[in-house]
Design a protein around this ligand. Structure first.
Ligand code: FAD
Length: 503
């Protein structure tokens, strides 16, 4: 394991004193006493996470004002909207992941990345504890100081305490999840092809691919799976392809709640045509190795229990707060009453934690838990942090000039700087909803787009929707490298199929 590898990106300032094991590593923890060109003390900004919220901070923060320290168990950014495409090999994981090193390469020194997770935060002492594994597979823990901190640790999978989900199912949140699903599907197809002793019931069970959750993630997974079955599996396993069934299970009465009625209807019709079975009002009560036990609400309001045999279970039924978020919510008095995430104000300041901010899925802002929200919050917070960093530098310069020259002698410079200082006022966050997009299979996608100057929502579906979906996501990818690789993967899947050697 390469976890807890501390990586020096640029310079080599002094290490945390007195922490023996860290001294042997190549990394740096920037000192908060470093002096920037303005002469003001440079603050150390710790960013927790490397997801949608965190990368907006990392990309936009002015490193001439802050020493940036990133702490995340993941050494890369993952473009989650395209993760369902990786479960069947349409895209490769390397195409939609971006190493943190390359995101930080053009940043000024000192900037450090700790591949570790934060296990606790002491906001009074302004310290955090990080935990990771050395190259020798040893668990290690250490403390880091901070001046300012952004918590952008996202959320974890919600499985409502159903242990069977964790034991037998697959989630769809991280890169490894997509890999696990791909391997499980390939192994199942091979097992069914070669094992001639399977009973018809067992064969039917193994070839039943289920997904729980009728949000965009579950729907997109089902759509990608259908493409894979109708394309590659049809060619490579012609005797099996017709037997594969895909079922999407949703507890609510409808799927895709964030889309307009018209697009939901379009998707339901399309799923019917391409043989994806949607079961709504079906609540999963239990999961064992081979069956889902669901409670179905019938049209007359009565409830029945059904056992659904499955060969693959993908669980995409929502998210819940991570352990660290829960720990903070329960230990800080100002957070009492927090349920879905840390309580923040319109400047993302965490209530009860001075100089600590939270964005994205770990914060409760009343907005949906989406990449769109986390990304915009990160951009906004970075701009505010830059303003406050600039204000500190300007105040420092003013103080120094006042001491050296006196206000009267440098009246002109003073008034210019005071004007600049007035421009560094923090701005409260305003969210701009751009719309919702989802791929729904067979080269079709749906899009509800917010057009502010027309003051209306524009809906696209089918091939137009698909063209828009592709162009929008290509544009959103965080680097030219990812854009090139995704284009290449799409072309490769179309010309030569999705199968790659298992190496
Ligand atoms: P994340 O992006 O989840 O990042 C959290 C980061 O924190 C990770 O790097 C993690 O490793 C790190 N971390 C975790 N614990 C710790 C710790 N203790 N210490 C330090 N670091 C830690 N949204 C959309 O708007 N459009 C879409 O099309 C869309 N599609 C999606 C498809 C899928 C398959 C999934 C899973 C999600 C999708 N989302 C989509 C939702 C979107 O990905 C999330 O809302 C978004 O990632 C939230 O950003 P975040 O920064 O809060 O958290």
């Amino acid at each position: 394991s390469r976890l807890f590898e501390v990586m020096e990106v640029a310079s080599s300032l002094s290490l945390l004193t007195g922490v023996a094991f860290l001294q042997s590593l190549r990394g740096v923890v920037p000192s908060s006493n470093a002096i920037v060109a303005s002469g003001a003390p440079k603050r150390t900004l710790v960013v927790l996470g490397s997801g949608w919220g965190a990368i907006s901070i990392i990309k936009n923060i002015d490193t001439s004002l802050y020493n940036v320290v990133v702490v995340s168990p993941r050494d890369h950014f993952l473009f989650t909207p395209m993760l369902p495409s990786c479960t069947v090999g349409t895209l490769r994981l390397t195409s939609i992941t971006e190493p943190l090193v390359s995101l930080l390469q053009d940043k000024l020194s000192p900037t450090a990345i700790h591949q570790a997770e934060c296990s606790s935060i002491d906001s009074k002492a302004k310290k955090l504890v990080i935990r990771g594994t050395t190259t020798a597979n040893k668990d290690v823990e250490t403390e880091l100081p901070y001046d300012d901190m952004v918590i952008a640790i996202g959320a974890t999978n919600q499985y409502f305490g159903l242990k069977g989900v964790k034991e037998h199912g697959c989630f769809l949140k991280e890169a490894e999840d997509a890999k696990k699903i791909f391997t499980k599907v390939s192994d199942t197809l091979e097992q069914v092809r070669f094992n001639k002793n399977l009973t018809p019931e067992e064969r039917s069970r193994l070839l039943h691919f289920t997904v729980v959750g009728g949000g965009p993630t579950g729907m997109e997974f089902a759509a990608e799976m259908r493409d894979y079955i109708d394309g590659d599996v049809r060619r490579m396993f012609p005797e099996l392809y017709k037997e594969v069934r895909i079922t999407l299970i949703e507890a609510a009465p409808k799927v895709l709640p964030m889309f307009s009625k018209q697009l939901v209807q379009y998707t339901q019709n399309l799923f019917k045509d391409i043989r994806i079975n949607i079961m709504t009002e079906a609540l999963v009560k239990d999961v064992n190795e081979k069956e889902l036990i669901i409670q179905k609400t019938n049209a007359d309001g009565s409830k029945t229990i059904e056992n659904i045999p499955y060969g693959l279970l993908v669980w995409a039924a929502g998210i819940t707060a991570r352990d660290l978020t829960r720990q903070l919510m329960s230990s800080i008095p100002e957070q009492s009453g927090a349920r879905r995430g840390l309580i923040i104000d319109e400047f993302f300041r965490v209530k009860g934690m001075p100089d600590v901010y939270a964005i994205g899925d770990c914060a409760f802002s009343g907005l949906p838990a989406t990449a769109q929200v986390a990304h915009q919050q990160g951009d906004w917070l970075a701009a505010n942090l830059n303003r406050s960093g600039k204000a500190t530098a300007l105040k420092h310069r003013l103080e120094v000039m006042e001491k050296q020259l006196g206000e009267k002698k440098a009246e002109k410079e003073f008034s210019v700087m005071k004007q600049e200082l007035a421009n560094t006022q923090l701005k409260p966050f305003q969210y701009k909803h751009q719309g919702a997009l989802a791929y729904v299979g067979h080269d079709k996608a749906i899009a509800d787009l917010n057009v502010p100057y027309l003051n209306k929502v524009l809906s696209l579906h089918g091939t137009w929707g698909n063209t828009f979906w592709r162009l929008a996501y290509l544009n959103e990818l965080v680097s030219g490298r990812s854009q090139f690789l995704v284009l290449f993967d799409w072309l490769k899947a179309r010309l030569f199929g999705r199968f790659d050697a298992k190496i």
